[in-house]
Design a protein around this ligand. Structure first.
Ligand SMILES: *[C@@H]1O[C@H](CO)[C@@H](O)[C@H](O)[C@H]1NC(C)=O
Ligand SMILES: *[C@@H]1O[C@H](CO)[C@@H](O)[C@H](O)[C@H]1NC(C)=O
Length: 490
């Protein structure tokens, strides 16, 4: 039996002795609940009024790399159906709604010299409707859809993106900050830099893993810090809000108790969550020593004159440290990790080669698409964050389950039941989680998977010009948790 299985069994046995399946567990009053979406995935109206072209508009229209050949030209048509979205949020009884701003909808040319009044008016109306419904807006400034014209200038590999991004953020603070008190600079920096500039051909990517990804990360970290300080210095005194970002990570569990496998799991955590987490949340700041040492060693073996991971100056290290008012986390699934028996030497730069560990899953874990259902991994991850970053306030900004879109979505209910129990377990362990967000309010355009996988609590009929939304079984399940603030032990 693999060690992880053994531990899982042991946990199961000990929990079974002290707890009763079906027992009602109560969430503390300090936690709030919400749901999330992102502009490109729901809004549609890609060319309405003076809206500019984003990298996802271009990518879906020209590459043929979306699984079902689809795009988000219309998507859920939330640009026209946002009143219905607010109705659903009221039906669900959420405390807050996390949505993102489309850069090209409010800055058609990418730069802040020309604002779209129609674009600003759209978000104004949405924000005002949410506040009237007593739902707090949580705004992601950037959820992957930057202007194509800035991509043509190099995208996140271009250091000028630090300023262009900060200008965009400033427009958002100016336009909406009187009413929006919860800001996220970036959704999932790891995915932005690792997948888009690195590995996969299925996203707008320059395909130079091991180089472009680290360059992207470096500029993105600086853009985040600059925006945090702008808000902190100029806007916070009058607007009195909070700002952070949300980091995505799998949980990586050592496949055995061996020191080598434990080292492999810690390295995987430091490469994914730590890449962006360590410079901002650790007490020493900067990239973690593990990340710096590995990339440096690999770069030198491969004959590069310097590490492919750029360096921060000591001023930059200090400037980056502490630039989040909370720890935002997106999480879906877990991998087991082991150290390869033979160290692989590759002459070609690459993120996975730098990382140099083996990731795999236990075939007995229930799964749907890329998501394996491993609630204890969520609990262990929350504790890893607590232990690594001095017990920060944690806000879970995404957690969810993909399926084919059935209204009787038992798989999703099981997933949420498991993960929300794990959340309570982690809180009992001492993790300070103050909010939990389900991804997503409704079925929407799932990036390179198009409409083949659905994460929604509400069903959307994508064949209907009205994009009619209907509740699923999970809608009622989540609503009842929010109403009673309780959950049954699984
Ligand atoms: C907007 O895009 C749609 C395709 O999604 C196209 O049919 C329509 O003609 C475009 N409208 C304008 C004004 O370009
Ligand atoms: C959790 O975080 C909140 C918000 O920062 C803070 O007010 C509270 O004191 C923290 N709770 C604990 C137990 O640390």
């Amino acid at each position: 039996m693999a060690f992880a299985n053994f531990v899982a069994l042991l946990c199961f046995l000990t929990t079974s002795i002290f707890t009763v399946k079906g027992e009602v567990r109560r969430f503390p009053d300090t936690i709030s609940f919400g749901v999330a979406t992102a502009s490109y995935q729901i809004e549609g109206a890609w060319n309405v009024s003076d809206k500019g072209e984003s990298i996802w508009d271009r990518f879906t229209h020209t590459t043929g790399l979306i699984e079902d050949g689809s795009n988000a030209d219309v998507a859920c048509d939330s640009y026209h159906q946002h009143k219905r979205d607010v109705e659903m949020l009221k039906e669900l009884g959420v405390d807050y709604y996390r949505f993102s701003i489309s850069w090209t909808r409010i800055l058609p040319d990418g730069f802040s010299n020309r604002l779209s009044q129609d674009g600003i008016a759209y978000y104004d109306t949405l924000i005002n409707d949410l506040l009237a419904a007593n739902i707090t807006p949580y705004v992601t400034i950037y959820h992957w859809d930057h202007p194509q014209c800035l991509q043509d200038l190099g995208g996140w590999a271009n250091p000028m993106m630090v300023d262009y991004y900060t200008d965009f953020a400033e427009v958002a603070f100016e336009a909406f900050g009187d009413r929006v008190k919860h800001w996220l600079t970036f959704n999932e920096p790891f995915v932005i830099c690792n997948q888009w500039n690195g590995m996969t051909a299925k996203t707008p990517s320059v395909g130079m893993s091991g180089i472009a990804d680290y360059l992207c990360g470096h500029n993105l970290l600086k853009a985040h810090a600059k925006t945090y300080h702008l808000y902190d210095d100029v806007y916070r005194p009058t607007q009195k809000g909070r700002i952070g970002w949300t980091l995505s990570t799998h949980h990586y569990e050592a496949a055995s108790r061996s020191p080598a496998d434990r080292e492999a799991a810690e390295r995987a955590m430091q490469f994914e969550l730590g890449w962006f987490g360590h410079p901002v949340f650790s007490s020493e700041g900067d990239y973690s020593q593990i990340l710096k040492d590995r990339v440096n060693q690999k770069s030198s073996e491969q004959g590069y004159p310097r590490s492919r991971l750029p360096e921060f100056t000591s001023e930059e290290v200090a400037y980056l440290k502490g630039t989040c008012d909370f720890f935002g986390l997106n999480h879906y699934t877990t991998y087991l990790v082991r150290m390869p028996t033979m160290a692989l030497k590759s002459s070609k730069a690459g993120f996975e080669d730098d990382l140099g560990v083996e990731k795999f899953v236990d075939p007995s874990w229930p799964s749907s698409a890329w998501v394996k259902v491993v609630p204890w991994g969520f609990r262990n991850l929350l504790n890893w964050i607590r232990n690594s970053y001095n017990s920060p306030e944690i806000i879970v900004f995404e957690n969810g389950f993909p399926d084919q879109g059935d209204k009787d979505d038992v798989g999703r209910i099981n997933y949420y039941n498991g993960y929300m129990n794990a959340l309570l377990d982690a809180m009992e362990d001492g993790c300070n989680v103050t909010a939990y967000t389900a991804w997503s309010l409704m079925d929407n355009f799932e990036w390179s998977m198009g409409y083949t996988k659905k994460f929604g609590l509400y069903h959307v009929d994508f064949n209907d010009p009205m994009r009619t939304r209907m509740p699923k079984a999970s809608t009622m399940y989540y609503k009842s948790i929010l109403e009673t603030r309780t959950i049954e032990r699984d």
